[in-house]
Design a protein around this ligand. Structure first.
Ligand code: G1P
Length: 293
């Protein structure tokens, strides 16, 4: 099985659901406790063995590129002040030189188009996609679980999770080959982007983590616009399904949609409650706030 070495992280979105904060900072840089949401996603990918990160960016996203660079003034100030522990942590989290690429999407034509913009950097090898709006809190990283599944069955692996039927129209939804199939890894026969509830083939939403074969790029190159007038990754995957195997993977973990106000708040609370420095205080605070309310 070809190793999954590269991951695409589409970060060109405007973040309209969390305005006005995103007027000045990219939504991916909003802090969840003490680090940008995007850092958690990079760590998830790193735990899965990803060696190269391809960020698909847009205008006003310069902060992301700077974040993944050395900060010499800051580092030298920390060194002068003998704050060595903080300094070491800061540099350890940085991807190695040459292991990041930044490509511009140029026009907001949809997720499928964003992924296609990474085609030259990806080349002809299977790769991962992580949508950084979504944080998945898990013991073993969601993508690492998917890589294990990929090593078993190969092909294309899509992370899915159950949602209440009344929310399916906000997501890509998959159709299992065998209706009601159980188990973590389920063969698929179709998928549809943001279907009306009455047309949804299941209640399994696409979470925003994918392992895909490089042929998806060929299909994305001529993919017509779909739901919302955008070029949809889901539509290109549905076409590829005629030629390649697709499995839906039910990961162990909980996902948070940091692109929405409530999801972001939920993530901050959940990560604070488990943070090694403040978990005790955070848990006390939550108890206090709920008993005061
Ligand atoms: C995208 C995908 C969708 C998926 C969702 C997960 O939609 O197109 O299939 O279910 O992410 O968050 P978006 O949220 O960008 O509209």
């Amino acid at each position: 099985m070809t190793k999954i070495r590269k991951a695409v992280l589409p970060v060109a979105g405007l973040g309209t659901r969390v305005l006005p904060a995103t007027k000045a900072i990219p939504k991916e840089m909003m802090p969840v406790v003490d680090r940008p949401a995007l850092q958690y996603v990079v760590e998830e990918a790193r735990e899965a063995g990803i060696e190269h990160f391809v960020f698909v960016t847009g205008r006003n996203k310069g902060a992301i590129e700077d974040y993944f660079d050395r900060a010499y003034e800051l580092e030298s100030t920390l060194r002068d002040k003998n704050k060595i522990e903080i300094l070491e942590k800061l540099t350890a989290e940085l991807p190695a030189a040459g292991s990041t690429s930044f490509v511009r999407q140029q026009s907001p034509l949809g997720l499928g188009h964003a992924i296609w913009c990474a085609r030259d950097v990806i080349g002809r090898e299977p790769f991962a996609i992580l949508l950084p709006d979504v944080l998945v809190k898990a013991k073993k990283s969601c993508l690492a679980q998917m890589v294990d599944a990929y090593n078993e069955v190969g092909g294309n692996i899509i992370a899915v999770d159950e949602v209440p039927m009344e929310r399916v129209s906000s997501y890509g939804v998959i159709a299992p080959k065998v209706a009601g199939a159980t188990g973590d890894l389920v063969e698929m026969k179709g998928m549809v982007e943001k279907p009306p509830q009455s047309e949804a083939p299941s209640n399994l939403k696409i979470t925003g983590r994918y392992i895909l074969q490089p042929e998806i790029m060929d299909l994305l190159s001529d993919q017509a616009a779909g739901a919302g007038g955008e070029i949809q990754l889901t539509d290109a995957m549905a076409r590829l399904m005629g030629e390649q195997s697709f499995h839906a993977f039910k990961y162990k973990g909980k996902d948070y949609d940091c692109g929405s106000k409530y999801g972001y708040f939920e993530a901050v609370v959940a990560y604070a409650m488990d943070h090694p420095e403040i978990s005790g205080e955070a848990r006390e605070l939550i108890k206090k706030v709920s008993s005061d309310a």
